[in-house]
Design a protein around this ligand. Structure first.
Ligand code: GDP
Length: 468
């Protein structure tokens, strides 16, 4: 584990550069330089009214970017940010050049030959963190913001970037640091058998910290949905209309999605966006009916895939309505889902074939009557999906944990704090309480990066793009 002073040592003095905009043809592209020598590197490549090292911070300058022999590469606008008032807290120059792969590569190559080194993925943001401009959870929020694929993901990452989560964690930590210091002071005076901290007050304070942590932990079920979307598995026997249903849902609400790291699966999933939330629909191989062995395999596979999701859309022919309870396959599947906390939404399709009946959607909110052919009932189904996904929807303005890394750290913090409370209750020596308290503090510190390891940092920033 590294603490803050060790983290500071991870900084290096190199001046880094990278293209900050997406690769490809575009109106303009931005090439960024950051570090001690950013201004002198910029001066070597830029010809304008005067040297950029003489201009004030936050000013823009038109000029030419030239090669070492003076030949012309591109017309650019240079924007200068002087430390510490830049993204990285270091001297930074951003060249806006013409877009396009060749132009940007030539500009970048020229800057590299003038003394900068190529930035690693996320290195600008990593520097912002190492220089104390933002904490680790805010740095992660920047990555999430860029990767966000739904309105909900965008909003939750923006909240995290503004420091909502950091503030909660910091407040809880400060309180715990005070308690730990009091207990440590007691240990220093252990010969004299004094108690600086009232045991009941200590227990109450720790209890409050556990409450805060528990609240954050319980928000993760919604936070994960905001960030990664809802995993919906579509299962049903052949010919009940699964593909038709899927196509109908995708027709209007298809979301264009690239894979979020860590969520790639063997099966291909399509995504739709409903009410700003992303739903990743995966079609299972289907519940086969022919031959015992094949049936068994088909059911097994559908079951496996369903249990990996948040919601199972179980498609049936409306004519099978009465069979849900008696059919062994359906029953088994529904039971397994219940055990794993996967919610089941039953979709009775092909109602257009049963037009003698008047269709009113069932009131139980977990069954829907639809026709994939005519589209009847589809809007209700979408609404039902949305409501089921966000059954535990949190208040729009409350802090929501969206990262599995934070979730894991919070769970460890809660365990340690509960152990500390147990030790207090059983009147164990202060050493035990302090030990658990410190473990809890470290776990919370991992979220904001006050306590971290090089591996954690590498893991986080390697997921960023180069230039961010
Ligand atoms: P899958 O095997 O479950 O994916 O089912 P398909 O989507 O391929 O549909 C099987 C057959 O049922 C096709 O001929 C569809 O046109 C038909 N079908 C699907 N949905 C409906 C519906 O709502 N009403 C009617 N009448 N036919 C449907």
């Amino acid at each position: 584990m590294l603490n803050l002073s060790m983290i500071v040592k991870l900084r290096d003095n190199d001046t880094i550069a990278a293209v900050a905009t997406a690769v490809g043809e575009s109106g303009i592209a931005v090439v960024r330089i950051s570090g001690q020598a950013a201004l002198s590197v910029a001066d070597k490549v830029f010809v304008g009214k005067g040297p950029l090292s003489n201009v004030p911070s936050h000013t823009a300058h038109f000029g030419k970017l030239t090669d070492a022999d003076g030949s012309f590469i591109d017309e650019v606008i240079a924007v200068v940010f002087r430390r510490p008032n830049s993204y990285t807290s270091e001297d930074t120059v951003e060249f806006s050049c013409h877009g396009g792969r060749i132009v940007t590569q030539k500009v970048l190559q020229r800057i590299l030959s003038a003394g900068a080194r190529m930035a690693e993925p996320g290195e600008f943001t990593k520097r912002a963190f190492l220089n104390g401009k933002i904490d680790l959870s805010q740095a992660e929020a920047i990555g999430d913001l860029i990767h966000s694929q739904s309105d909900a993901a965008y909003k939750s990452s923006l909240r995290q970037l503004s420091g909502d989560l950091s503030r909660e964690i910091r407040t809880a930590r400060e309180e715990l640091v005070n308690l730990a210091s009091l207990l440590e002071l007691e240990l220093d005076f252990s010969d004299e058998d004094v108690q600086f901290a009232n045991r009941k007050t200590l227990e109450d304070r720790l209890g409050e910290a556990v409450e805060t942590v528990s609240r954050l932990i319980s928000g993760y079920s919604v936070g994960r949905i905001y960030k990664e979307g809802v995993r919906v598995t579509l299962a049903g026997k052949p010919n009940v209309g699964k593909s038709s249903l899927l196509n109908l849902l995708l027709q209007e609400d298809r979301a264009i999605v690239s894979d979020i790291p860590g969520t790639t699966r063997d099966t291909i999933s399509e995504s739709i966006s409903l009410g700003g939330i992303l739903f990743r629909l995966t079609d299972t191989a289907g519940l086969r009916e022919t031959g015992d062995l094949i049936e068994f395999e088909g059911v097994k596979r559908a079951e496996r895939e369903s249990l990996e999701g948040d919601i199972l859309l179980l498609a049936m022919d409306y004519g099978e309505k009465e069979m849900v309870q008696s059919d062994l396959i359906y029953r088994k599947l529904i039971e397994s889902c219940a055990k794993k906390d996967v919610r089941v939404l039953k979709v009775f399709n092909k109602i257009d074939l049963y037009k003698t009946e008047a269709f009113r959607q069932p009131s139980d909110k977990s069954s829907y009557y639809v026709s994939a052919l005519t589209g009847e009932g589809i809007e209700s189904l979408k609404k039902g999906l949305y409501e089921m996904a966000l059954a535990k929807k949190s208040d729009e303005n409350s802090v929501v944990v969206t990262s599995s890394r934070h979730f894991d750290a919070l769970k460890r913090a809660k365990n340690s704090l509960n152990s500390a409370i147990e030790s207090l209750k059983s009147r164990k020596s202060g050493e035990f309480v302090v030990f658990d308290l410190r473990c809890g503090l470290d776990a919370l510190g991992e979220i904001t990066g006050e306590v971290t390891t090089e591996d954690i940092l590498n893991n986080i920033f390697s997921k960023f793009c180069i230039g961010k």
